[in-house]
Ligand binder design. Sequence first.
Ligand code: SAH
Length: 240
Amino acid sequence: MCEVQIVLVEPSHPGNIGGAARAMKTMGLSKLVLVKPKRFPDPQADWRAAGALDVVESTVVFNTLEAALAPSVLTAATSARSRHIPWPVMNSAEFAEHVHKEYSSTDIVSVVFGREDSGLTNDELNLCNMQVQIPSSSNYGSLNLAMAVQVVAYDLFRVRSQASPTENAWDRPLATHQELGSFFAHLESVLTEIDFYDPENPREAMTRLRRLFSRTDLDQTEVQILRGILSHIEKATHKN
Ligand code: SAH
């Protein structure tokens, strides 16, 4: 089983940060990451954390979601909503099984949670490989932030106690979020240069390409090959 980090994007209530920390510790998780929290540190976070003060105290704060996700080989955005361009989606139990089976102990997997009032933006959802939904009522399916963390952490805890599957022996380490991000930037710049992609009128091409490459678990060598191809296209176009 991989290392799972819980990422909260711009939480506004410190109580939810403490609540999330407690939810995590009770389920054996300890890595909490915050992106631009409104109020943190805050006594309310400590109070709601109760016996999980150590998780709150070791929390790491980032200014951007991309920086928070940089070392991850898999990023999952939690959201109750379905998307305009559908992304790969699992419910929280399927997600737990998936990470238990497919990722090894050196892999970092991030589960991203949105703001209390507005969730995650489309751009934030696009940064992630997949979406995780907690099955809930069609009348009102939006859980409190810390409670959503609890459900996901519980599903992960349940599979952790199962026998560990034999580690999937892939021949190369998986590409990290940061390596994929540099590849996407390189791809966009080459596609713009060869007039395939018009940044003024982007429509959906880049989003769809992101989805394509995000769902294939690219390894580091594959990303290097793809970037090598892009560099050769750049060289060839500069020659002409
Ligand atoms: N009003 C917001 C909901 C925010 S709830 C919206 O429309 O998106 C705060 C966060 O809890 C969400 O961003 C998500 O990360 C998580 N969450 C709440 N309910 C969820 C559900 N049913 N499935 C997955 N994540 C959920």
